[in-house]
Design a binder for this molecule. Structure first.
Ligand SMILES: [Zn+2]
Length: 168
């Protein structure tokens, strides 16, 4: 398998993968395998490893939300009031369903981070940086975070997804 950009033969690599996220900035994801171009350092992640990265980010975001004080969350009714829509319209909104407002389940109901609802109202994207929303830092989380310029972004040319059947 060769690099799509410069034709070099890719080499196997594995280790911590630094993913750039809207929610948490750079997240260090442990034990990820990828193929790397020795020349341009372009990285090719197999689909299964991308899933692992995405799941790790999801779990980490949930842990951050769990660390936010309950007083920072509002019900769907209250969140709808803030946005000036009914609870029904709020719950049916596709962008909200897709995580543009941080939601956290408690007692079988969804609750929404107030700051995230406010940001959604202003910009249409309520994904505020969670490291700022958590006022009491989670010690184990802090240790796994590191600032880096490396990114996991579909638009980033140096990171390629390996489509099924295209490898080899
Ligand atoms: Zn290359």
């Amino acid at each position: 398998m060769k690099c799509q950009d410069c034709g070099q033969t890719l080499r196997k690599a594995e280790g911590d993968y630094l993913a750039e996220t809207k929610e948490l900035g750079s997240v260090r994801v442990p034990k990820i395998r990828w193929l790397q171009c020795p020349l341009c350092k372009g990285r090719y992640l197999p689909a299964g490893e991308i899933t692992k990265v995405n799941n790790y980010i999801k779990v980490t975001v949930a842990q951050y939300l769990a660390a936010c004080p309950i007083s920072q969350f509002v019900s769907a009714t209250k969140a709808g009031e803030i946005l000036g829509v009914t609870k029904q319209a709020f719950s049916k909104n596709q962008r909200i369903k897709h995580g543009f407002i941080y939601a956290y389940p408690m007692d079988g109901k969804q609750y929404y981070l107030k700051e995230s609802v406010q940001k959604f109202k202003e910009t249409g994207d309520g994904r505020v940086p969670l490291s700022l929303a958590v006022h009491e830092p989670v010690a184990s989380m802090k240790r796994s975070m590191k600032i880096s310029r490396l990114a996991l972004n579909p638009a980033e040319p140096s990171v390629h997804a390996l489509a099924a059947g295209r490898a080899g």
